[in-house]
Ligand binder design. Structure first.
Ligand code: COI
Length: 371
């Protein structure tokens, strides 16, 4: 596996190379194990990034007890590093684990793991490229070598990281989306609100259909009536009605089949503070189309840790389609993207205490050690 080296000279080249999302990882990883007998095995351990060995009968491989998170650390204006809302991610990680009958990692151990990896590898983030961030990927999976059909009795928590410029692009380029009429992402009472690996595997075929239709992403409808817009790929959606400071902003409510996005929650808070009327309200495909064509819906955007705030420019539904806001990023989308980015980089006040500040990391990784 190729790695981004952490020496100052090579870092910038590796980090800014167009390597694709999640293809090259930093030098370290953090691990922690859990067993039914002993619970969590102490403190998170910082190790050199490397392959792991598991039993072919590992339960997670067979029955899919795998949950994960995605969060980011950013280089701050003062040269330090800050991680955006790791506590909220820790809590969602617990929610996901609970849904899959897995052990919940205590929030303080999650934060300790984040601190350890950012301290070791955060130095790979160059000071002069605000588009780059350190994407942290915590994952918890069943390691017990046992194929009994029950929750496993052994698990591993793992945290790895990579440098990314963004899921789509550094720029707010509008994406095209295909409404999936053939597939559902989630079902009532299912795992839709958990960030579990199976939700993503189950989405790939629809994502592929979107790509075959020339679209960047798939849009999911509610699984019961199949008319209410729920999510876009692994991201939440927002719709802007009207324009200017009095524009209304709507996001589909968390019905249990949607992922409760941390970015979604942050944007709802930022929007409410900016004077917009914000509602969590269902919107049907028919409304989306009619109101976009009538110029009532002026903007639609998706959000997520990886996608940040990404405008949707064109919607395809079967053989038909429509544009939103002339397929150009709208002012609310751009303002939110900037507000979030400013927060991430310490260019704006942080009244909610969302940024976890790290001590300024060295530009070279320390010798691998145990925390
Ligand atoms: C994220 O924004 O972190 C996501 O969930 C998308 C990711 C699975 C690539």
């Amino acid at each position: 596996m190729a790695r981004i080296t952490s020496g100052a000279g090579t870092t910038t080249t590796a980090a800014t190379a167009n390597t694709g999302f999640g293809e090259r990882f930093t030098d370290h990883m953090v691990t922690l194990r859990w067993s039914a007998e002993g619970g969590w095995s102490g403190r998170p351990e910082l190790l050199p990034y490397g392959d792991l060995a598991f039993s072919p009968a590992m339960a997670g491989l067979h029955y899919g007890q795998v949950v994960f998170e995605g969060l980011k650390s950013h280089r701050l204006a003062d040269g330090g590093l800050g991680t955006f809302r790791p506590d909220a991610h820790a809590r969602r990680f617990q929610l996901s684990a609970r849904r899959l009958a897995m052990p919940e990692l205590p929030e303080e151990l999650f934060l300790e793991a984040v601190d350890a990896l950012v301290a070791a590898d955060g130095g790979v983030l160059p000071a002069d490229d605000p588009h780059l961030s350190l994407y942290l990927r915590p994952v918890l999976f069943a390691t017990e070598p046992c194929l009994a059909l029950r929750p496993a009795r052994e698990y591993m928590f793992l945290l790895i990281a990579f440098v990314t410029g963004g899921f789509f692009s550094d720029q707010p380029d509008p994406v095209s989306v295909l409404i999936s009429r053939d597939f559902s992402r989630a079902a009532p009472g299912g795992t839709g609100e958990a960030k579990c690996a199976g939700n993503y595997a189950g989405a790939f075929l629809a994502q592929q259909a979107a790509a075959d239709a020339g679209c960047r992403q798939v849009v999911w409808l509610d699984p019961v009536e199949r008319r209410w817009v729920e999510e876009m790929g692994g991201m939440n959606l927002f719709f802007v009605r009207g324009s200017g400071p009095s524009a209304d902003v709507v996001s589909p409510p968390l019905t249990g089949t949607l992922l409760p996005g941390v970015t979604r929650d942050s944007l709802l808070t930022l929007l409410a503070g900016s004077g917009h009327t914000v509602r969590e309200e269902r919107i049907s495909v028919e409304q989306w189309r009619a109101e976009s064509e009538a110029g009532v819906i002026t903007e639609t955007f998706a959000c997520g840790t990886a996608a940040l705030v990404t405008p949707v420019g064109e919607v395809r539904d079967g053989g038909e389609g429509w544009l939103i806001g002339g397929a150009k990023p709208g002012p609310v989308t751009l303002a939110l993207r900037e507000a979030l980015t400013d927060l991430h980089h310490g260019h704006a006040a942080d009244p909610h205490g969302w940024m976890r500040l790290h001590t300024r990391p060295a530009h070279r990784s320390p010798t691998p050690s145990t925390t």
